[in-house]
Design a protein around this ligand. Structure first.
Ligand SMILES: N[C@@H](Cc1ccc(O)cc1)C(=O)O
Length: 517
């Protein structure tokens, strides 16, 4: 079923704060924005558009309305040509390349722009907001190329594809295929928008693409952190590891709250008792012992990063800002996505560290020198056939490759600022590149997690076949049962790619409820 036909929750939009979860729900087609019908909201929006009209009538010159854009702001547009200007803007920005954003990402972009313009500080009309809402309502999704934004004149080039489709130009996904925008609009009874002065700039001169991608990345990272914790619990059991590394008294002396939360989750999963004073095997390797210290970095960063991303989402982020209440035109640089750039550069680092942690845990488990009595490569084959079977050998090699690629992409994008646009944009954020990197790092890390789900399922089963009784609490035990149904025990080697793809999808769908306490 397409998002246009699925029953969807209405998400009220009136300029008040939206959350990352709201964006993710709209992206999944589970919710659809509904502009407030409160007359006060309409009045606030209309006041901005009317103020722009008044400015043109009274002052003649307004930046981006009766002048050229950016460095060309000293070029005066003859009054007879002013109406054409907004359409020029999206036309010459039709220079995007690379993959197209997927439908979920595109819905998130439309909502992010709608949220920003609904602040009522951009001088756009209610008609423009309604047309944006209508694209989401009918699931008409502009084809937005992912590449070509420096993230600090906002996302001008990718957002030009939103502006063009609103006006019946370029192409959109609609009803499962790529269609000319004009045709898709007509089919839904919508008329192409004619942009008013300032409306082209207001649509394009902002951070909606990077912000939308950042919301989706944040939610995926949050889930992956929880999953890495659960996988660690399985792997402690599989490797006959030491649950006492997650002791409450131990973590009380290092007060990072996220790290303490991860340790508590591991304690809960492993149902461990107090440690004996001096065990035979005192200390496990770092990828097990320090798991709360690695996953905890993400866990502690997430609330802070949420703040950065949601503040951007709920901001007026274009230029100039039109303050109709105080009758001011405020020239500045709110299209600069530095906060999102920092959030995404940081998040991809923390996420890639999860991939690395899990990859190291796998390295311990498949190696008979370190796995405390399990078969090499966790092969489940017995007797004569053991010689023929290679177990998870190739899967470990793949996990190493995915991990390396994720780690390689952690180079911060924001430090690659270029001076561009005739040196008007001489310092830019690269936030959109950071967000795209982060999504790719997430994709690779989710693949590593899928490999580790296979590993953990196999490792725990083999450990239990040796020793029988190692304990887990109810929630991880239930998840293990679910995994065992999804992934039959590997006794004779088989190709695992089909199962891996299904596991990756299950991770994306957040198939397991994890520590939702
Ligand atoms: N971001 C610029 C505007 C701009 C728009 C389009 C461009 O092609 C270049 C610059 C500003 O507001 O100052």
């Amino acid at each position: 079923m397409s998002a246009a036909t699925t029953p969807r929750r209405h998400l009220p939009v009136d300029g008040s704060a939206l959350s990352i979860e709201d964006v993710a729900e709209v992206a999944r087609g589970l919710a659809c924005p509904r502009l407030s019908d409160d007359p006060a909201f309409a009045a606030r929006i209309n006041r901005g558009a009317e103020f722009v009209d008044r400015l043109i009538a009274e002052d003649g010159a307004v930046y981006g309305v009766s002048t050229g854009y950016g460095d060309s702001c000293t070029v005066v547009i003859p009054p007879a040509l002013v109406a054409e200007l907004p359409h020029r803007l999206y036309t010459y920005h039709g220079v995007g390349l690379g993959r197209f954003l997927d439908p979920g990402e595109t819905r998130a972009v439309l909502l992010a722009r709608l949220a920003s313009l609904s602040q009522g500080m951009s001088g756009v009309s209610l008609g423009l907001l309604r047309q944006l809402q209508a694209l989401l309502e009918h699931d008409i999704l502009p084809l937005i190329p992912a590449e070509g934004s420096v993230g600090a004149s906002g996302d001008l080039t990718p957002l030009s594809y939103v502006a063009a489709v609103l006006c019946g130009e370029r192409e959109a996904w609609h009803q499962g295929r790529v269609r000319p925008a004009a045709e898709a609009l007509a089919d839904c009874g919508l008329r192409p928008l004619v942009l008013r002065p300032k409306e082209g700039l207001a649509l394009m001169n902002g951070t909606a693409v990077m912000t939308a991608l950042a919301c989706l990345a944040w939610q995926r990272a949050d889930y992956l952190g929880r999953l890495a914790t659960r996988i660690t619990a399985f792997n402690v059991l599989a490797s006959d590891g030491n649950a006492h590394h997650f002791d409450q008294a131990l973590f009380a002396v290092k007060p990072h709250p996220g790290q303490q939360r991860v340790a508590a989750r591991l304690r809960g999963d492993l149902a461990s008792d107090r440690p004996p004073r001096n065990e035979l095997r005192l200390q496990d390797r770092y990828s097990l012992r320090c798991a709360p210290h690695v996953i905890g970095v993400l866990e502690d960063a997430l609330p802070f990063l949420r703040g950065l991303v949601e503040n951007e989402l709920n901001s007026a982020n274009d230029n100039p800002i039109i303050d109709a209440g105080q009758e001011m035109v405020l020239h500045g640089g709110h299209f600069y996505g530095g906060h999102v750039a920092f959030a995404m550069d940081s998040l991809k680092n923390a996420v890639a560290n999860l991939a690395d942690l899990l990859d190291r845990q796998m390295a311990l488990l498949v190696d008979a020198r370190y796995n405390h009595g399990l078969p090499a490569n966790l092969s489940g084959a017995r007797g004569e056939r053991a010689a023929l079977n290679h177990g998870l050998k190739a899967l470990q090699i793949s996990a190493s490759a995915w991990t390396a690629e994720a780690l390689k992409l952690t180079m911060p994008a924001s430090v690659f600022s270029r001076s561009t646009e005739c040196h008007n944009q001489d310092k830019v954020s690269m936030g959109t590149i950071a967000a795209r990197d982060c999504l790719r790092v997430l994709e690779l890390s989710e693949q590593v997690a899928a490999a580790l789900l296979v590993t953990a399922r196999q490792g725990v089963a083999l450990r239990r076949s040796l020793e029988g009784t190692a304990r887990l609490s109810a929630a991880p035990e239930a998840m293990l049962a679910d995994l065992s149904a999804r992934i039959p025990l590997i006794e004779e080697d088989r190709a695992l790619d089909g199962e891996l793809r299904q596991l990756v999808q299950a991770i994306r769908d957040r198939a397991w409820s994890l520590y939702e306490d």
